[in-house]
Write a protein that binds this ligand. Structure first.
Ligand code: B4P
Length: 190
């Protein structure tokens, strides 16, 4: 089973590359950002709670996203594998993911981190914000808050996978096909 964690700051290209990877490998794409936006679109209680936090650029509580991922793993028991996009975003989420996969006799194959500098991230997100309708992409202050949340709470997740010898970092600046090739080079070693 191929279980890939695609990692990186907001705007690094995780969602973009995930779309290409699911086509190539037939994996299930689990994006906690997309799942949360789905809850918001449906107007659920969870969505209402998440929207407030996401619009401010802060992380939603661990228990909420862990619960969503657990449900999706249960609903896809026959999957060939998963791409985790935007999850885990805290060390507590990484520990919970390991426990969930272990209970299914599975494990993370590896993490690929996309490295992109803050100026490029801000430019990409502001550009997407022009037509994405995502409130968290439209405002430079919120984008900076998201990058700060990443540095404070999410960056330590890389160390968690380094300790397990499952971490590879690649340059996230370049054309989308170039970055896709670099990810594939890593994935073929799993
Ligand atoms: P996400 O939806 O995960 O949003 P994201 O970090 O901005 O990444 P995304 O995948 O969308 O963007 P991409 O880099 O592909 O999270 C949103 C919010 O949800 C979080 O702030 C948080 O509040 C909440 N949340 C989600 N998961 C959570 C969790 N696990 N725990 C707690 N809270 C959670 O692309 C960005 C732009 O760059 C695109 O416009 C793309 O076209 C462009 N781009 C991509 N590759 C490029 C390249 N090579 N060159 C130039 N542009 C490129």
């Amino acid at each position: 089973m191929l279980n890939l964690v695609l990692f990186g700051p907001p705007g690094a290209g995780k969602g973009t590359q995930s779309q290409k990877l699911i086509e190539k490998y037939g994996l299930i794409h689990l994006s906690t950002g997309d799942l949360l936006r789905g809850e918001i679109a449906q107007g659920t209680e969870l969505g209402l709670e998440a929207k407030k936090l996401m619009d401010e650029g802060v992380l939603v509580p661990d228990a909420v996203v862990i619960g969503m991922i657990s449900n999706k793993l249960d609903a896809n028991k026959e999957a060939k594998g998963f791409i985790f996009d935007g999850f885990p975003r805290t060390v507590a989420q990484a520990e919970a993911l390991d426990a969930l996969l272990e209970s299914k006799d599975s494990a993370i194959s590896g993490m690929v981190a996309l490295e992109v500098n803050d100026d490029e991230l801000e430019q990409r997100l502001l550009l997407r914000g022009k037509d994405s309708g995502r409130p968290d992409d439209a405002n430079p202050e919120v984008i900076r808050k998201r990058i700060k949340e990443y540095n404070d709470k999410t960056a330590p997740v890389a160390g968690y996978y380094k300790n397990q010898d499952k971490f590879t970092s690649i340059n996230g600046i370049g054309s989308i096909p170039e970055i896709f090739d670099a990810i594939n080079t890593v994935v073929t070693t799993y």
